[in-house]
Structures are given as structure tokens and as C-alpha cells.
Design a protein around this ligand. Structure first.
Ligand code: SAM
Length: 245
């Protein structure tokens, strides 16, 4: 996968891209990244990327020209039609489902805004997607782009090493994941559930599924509305007295 990132502050990405899984993914060749400082595409004498809002008001607005030209140059060189993702608090809230969808693309372009945001024509005519990382406002799109990129890149083939783990993560199954324990079995009187020490894989799987359902019911009931509960799941939820039934 190729990822181009339009940003005025490429140095913000260094620590994240040069550490842990993202670094490994890049070294493995699973993804290549490139920063484009759209200030380099400005046509005005002072390399200004923003201007006053029409109609007045506080703050500056990112101008269309440098961003259109920077994305245009990327599109011209691209072998595919890249997804152009505008980082924006007004966009669709990012989800694991969207990460899975984006992980299947060959080329992504992220646009990181600043100041009051973008000229609306960028949103209307250039972006294929608008992503928000939550209902709050950040100073710029960089942190959001890092969040989305991390969640996408870890899904690329070979990146996690342990291929089995990503499909079991919270949200991938439609539920929150079950709790995890590691050694020691007894830490200062706090014990690991017996079933996990039993070696009985069928029982362990059943326990994990039940814990996953319980957790989701307790913390994110909204997820259960879209989850295809089997009869056994429903019976267990009823039996464990978690539901109102
Ligand atoms: C200060 S914000 C602009 C907010 C804009 N005036 C509004 O109210 O919608 C500047 C930039 O930060 C980024 N940003 C802020 N909050 C974000 C969020 N929740 N998710 C993704 N990007 C965000 C966007 O790129 C945005 O253009």
C-alpha cells in the first residue's frame, strides 16, 4: 500500500512512523509513505496556504489551489485511483469496519487540515472520504491521520506476524474482545479464571465468547443491535441475567 500525506507539519509523524509496528510494516514493504507539504505547491509570492473567510469571521481557511495541485500531482503519478481522505471533525466517525475497507486499497491520500479548516470546494470536488476520529475538535488533522493509518496498516498482510490476532480484536467480530490474562496464575491473591488453566480448548473458547458477549452488553449495548446473536448466545445472555428479559 502507498500512503501520501498532505501536511504542513510532516515532522509530527516521525515518532509514530519510526516506531514499533508502523516501522516494521514499512521495513517489510507492506506500506510506503510520502509526505507532501502543500505549501510547496503554492503559487503566491509568500507561499501562503490560507486566506480570510469570505463573509468575515474568525480564523483562516485553507485555500483550494495548493491542495488541489498537490493531490493532482499525486493522482497523475498513481497507477490506481487513490482514495482521497479529508481529515475532518464533520466526517464519518472512524470505525474498524472502515479500516478493513481502506486496508484493501492500493493507494490512500490523507489531507490534514489546520486553522478553521478547508475551503468547501476541497470537500466537494476532491475528497472521496471524510473521516473524523471523534466528536471533538483537534488543532490539526495530523493526529487523526496517524490514528487512521495505524489502524489500517496493522491489518495489511504480514504486518502483525500473528495473523490470527487482528480478526479477534474488539469490533472486528462485532463485539468487544474477551479479557486477557498472563502469568502468574495467582498474583497477590488475584487469580486467573480456572477455565483458562484447564487446557480444555472447547471450554476456553466458550468462556471467551461468553465474556465477549458480557463485556459488550455491559459496555457497548449498541454493538449488540447489529450483531447476529445465535440462539445459544441469546440463551446465555438471558441465563446470566444480563438482559432485562
Ligand atoms: C480546528 S480544526 C477545524 C474545525 C472546523 N472549524 C469545524 O468546526 O468543523 C482544524 C483541522 O483539524 C482536523 N481535525 C479537527 N478535529 C478533528 C477530528 N475530530 N477528526 C479528524 N480531524 C480533525 C481537521 O483536519 C480540521 O480541518
Amino acid at each position: 500500500m502507498r500512503i501520501d500525506i498532505l501536511t504542513l507539519f510532516p515532522e509530527m509523524f516521525q515518532g509514530v512512523f519510526e516506531t514499533s509496528i508502523l516501522r516494521k510494516a514499512n521495513e517489510l514493504g507492506a506500506f510506503q509513505y510520502n509526505f507532501v507539504n502543500f505549501r510547496d505547491y503554492t503559487e503566491n509570492k509568500h507561499h501562503k496556504v490560507d486566506d480570510y473567510p469570505y463573509g468575515g469571521g474568525a480564523g483562516m481557511v485553507l485555500s483550494p489551489q495548493p491542495i488541489f495541485d498537490a493531490v493532482g500531482a499525486i493522482q497523475q503519478k498513481s497507477k490506481t485511483k487513490p482514495r482521497v481522505i479529508l481529515m475532518c471533525p464533520q466526517g464519518e466517525t472512524h470505525t474498524q469496519k472502515k479500516s478493513v475497507e481502506l486496508s484493501k486499497e492500493e493507494h490512500l491520500v490523507f489531507i490534514c487540515g489546520h486553522y478553521e479548516g478547508y475551503d468547501e470546494r476541497i470537500r466537494e470536488h476532491l475528497a472521496t472520504d471524510e473521516i473524523s476520529i471523534g466528536d471533538y475538535v483537534l488543532t490539526g488533522g495530523e493526529l487523526g491521520a496517524m490514528v487512521v493509518i495505524d489502524s489500517v496498516v496493522r491489518l495489511l498482510p504480514g504486518v502483525l506476524g500473528n495473523e490470527a490476532s487482528a480478526p479477534e480484536d474488539s469490533f472486528s467480530t462485532g463485539l468487544l474482545e474477551h479479557p486477557h490474562y498472563t502469568r502468574p496464575a495467582d498474583y497477590k491473591g488475584m487469580k486467573v479464571p480456572e477455565v483458562l488453566l484447564s487446557g480444555n480448548h472447547a471450554k476456553i473458547e466458550q468462556w471467551r465468547k461468553q465474556q465477549s458477549l458480557k463485556r459488550t452488553y455491559e459496555r457497548r449495548k449498541d454493538l449488540l443491535e447489529h450483531y447476529p446473536l445465535s440462539q445459544t448466545d441469546q440463551e446465555w445472555l438471558n441465563k446470566s441475567d444480563l438482559t432485562d428479559n
